[in-house]
Structures are given as structure tokens and as C-alpha cells.
Design a protein around this ligand. Structure first.
Ligand SMILES: [Zn+2]
Ligand SMILES: [Zn+2]
Length: 287
């Protein structure tokens, strides 16, 4: 979804819904989240006080990654975020989730705590930057809300900023990372694109496509080719599932060279839902 306006994105999604009618529901939620993020997406600073046009800022972040081997998000201070824009966006995301059938009371409770500042929105953004699962589990337990849902909402708040960074980093930065977790935000990929036989892992949060060895289990780090295998769905040579015999987890792979119609950035996971069913039937676990 690089460099597309929100209207272009909507048109694109309308077209995808026609191509994949069975996926209407998840695709509709996807566009509702994009719409909820509109204020931050339209802001050149992406809901922060920083100018991402500043090349030295990106270079400085890349240097920190090289030195520490930690993803860029670890070096972003949550105080860069504009709490008002984050709260507004949060309200719109909660509304979208409720419209899609998520239980209202539990989500409202979480939102009320943010609006009344009982939970700091910047702390929540910071926890999402660090991928701090414990933070979301603690609040989830206290509020009786699914922690995964709170993490989803918080991640959506910082997503436009992380996507912007992913667009601005050097291509060589993404080619040389060579590890399982995203170099921008530290998330674990569930999909990848194969280009000229090179496997680019796709970050589910910032959309970064970064190169990693084809013989690497992104779940457990196994690099033994004898225990890294793949499954292909019959009649769909453009898709396959790479899996690890040691941990039984899998990665969904889209072969760009064999793809009949392009899959836009950001839609890889939704459009390959059939691969999850195939992998599940084979006794494999989703990352
Ligand atoms: Zn990422
Ligand atoms: Zn594994």
C-alpha cells in the first residue's frame, strides 16, 4: 500500500472484495481500521512530533539497530506521539470493532480508562512499541478484556508511524538484517514473498519486507534444512506453506514469480486464509 491515498486504498479494497467475495468480512474490518487511522495517516508526521523526511533521523535509528541488534521501535520514545490524535484514533478503532461484533462493554471500559487518563495513552503506545505482552495481559486481566484485542488496538495507533519508517529505511538495511523478527518493530512474520528465489519476510505491523535465509524457521530459529519442509496446495503453484518439523509452526509464502494477480501490500495474511486451513489440517500451528 505504498504511497496510495486513502481514496485509492478504498478503491483498491473494493476491487479486492469483488475478487475475493469469501473474504468480505476480514477485508471490511481491514478497511474500517484504515479509515479509523485516517487522521494519523494523513498527517506527514504520522501522529508524532518528528519529521520523517529528515534523513539523518532515519540514519541515526539504523545505526542504533546495527550497534544493538534491537529493532528501531525500541529506540522510539513514546513521548514523540501526540496523545490527542492517538485518543481520537483509538475511539474510532473501538467503534469499528464494536460495529464488527466485538463485545461493547469490555472495549468501552478500556476506552474510558484511556480517555479519563487512568491508563496513559503514551504508556500504552510505549508498550506497543516494545511489544510488551505483559503490559497488555495485566490490563486485560484487570478489565476482563482479551489482551490480544488491546494489543491490536494499541498497535494500530503506532502502525502509521512504523509503516512510514519502513518506507524510509535504506533497502540495504532490509536486505542485510537476515533475522526472523522485523528490524523496524520486532514483530514476528506470518507471511513472506518469494522474489527471484529469495524469501522476504513480511512484518504484520509495519509491512517491512526484509530478507532472511530460506532455511530459517521464523518461530524457533531452526536452520537445519533436513527438518524445514513445505506444503503446496494443489492447483495453486503461487502459494506454499513453509514449516518446521521441530516446532510444527508454519509461514505462508507467496511466490511473486508465479502469482496470477498481484496481492497488494498489507493484504498478504487475509488473502492467504486458505493456507491457514490447509496447515491446520496438517497439524501445524500458526505463529
Ligand atoms: Zn515491522
Ligand atoms: Zn521451528
Amino acid at each position: 500500500m505504498k504511497n496510495l491515498s486513502i481514496d485509492d486504498q478504498k478503491r483498491l479494497i473494493d476491487k479486492i472484495v469483488i475478487d475475493y467475495p469469501d473474504l468480505r468480512n476480514p477485508l471490511e474490518l481491514h478497511i474500517m481500521i484504515l479509515q479509523a487511522q485516517e487522521e494519523i495517516r494523513n498527517d506527514p508526521k504520522k501522529g508524532t512530533s518528528l519529521s520523517w523526511e529528515d534523513k539523518s533521523l532515519i540514519e541515526d535509528l539504523q545505526k542504533k539497530v546495527h550497534k544493538s541488534n534491537q529493532p528501531i521501535a525500541k529506540f522510539l520514545n513514546p513521548s514523540i506521539f501526540d496523545s490527542r490524535a492517538l485518543i481520537n484514533t483509538c475511539k474510532r478503532i473501538v467503534k469499528a470493532l464494536i460495529e464488527k461484533g466485538v463485545e461493547e462493554d469490555l472495549l468501552k471500559r478500556f476506552l474510558d480508562e484511556l480517555v479519563s487518563e487512568r491508563i496513559s495513552i503514551l504508556d500504552t503506545a510505549g508498550a506497543a512499541l516494545r511489544g510488551d505482552v505483559e503490559y497488555f495481559e495485566n490490563h486485560g486481566k484487570r478489565l476482563g478484556t482479551n489482551p490480544v484485542l488491546i494489543l491490536f488496538i494499541a498497535s494500530a495507533l503506532i502502525q502509521p508511524c512504523l509503516e512510514e519508517i519502513a518506507k524510509k529505511v535504506d533497502a540495504s538495511f532490509l536486505e542485510k538484517w537476515w533475522q526472523a523478527l522485523c528490524p523496524i518493530c520486532g514483530r514476528r512474520p506470518t507471511t513472506a514473498r518469494l522474489k527471484a528465489r529469495k524469501r522476504y519476510l513480511i512484518c504484520p505491523l509495519c509491512g517491512a519486507e526484509y530478507l532472511a535465509d530460506i532455511f530459517l524457521c521464523v518461530n524457533c530459529g531452526n536452520v537445519d534444512p533436513a527438518t524445514l519442509r513445505f506444503l503446496s496446495p494443489e492447483g495453486y503453484p503461487e502459494f506454499r506453506v513453509d514449516f518446521c518439523e521441530k516446532c510444527k509452526h508454519y509461514l505462508k509464502v507467496i511466490d511473486e514469480d508465479k502469482l496470477k494477480r498481484p496481492i497488494p501490500k498489507g493484504f498478504e495474511d487475509i488473502i492467504t486464509i486458505d493456507l491457514d486451513i490447509m496447515a491446520n489440517n496438517a497439524g501445524l500451528k500458526r505463529i
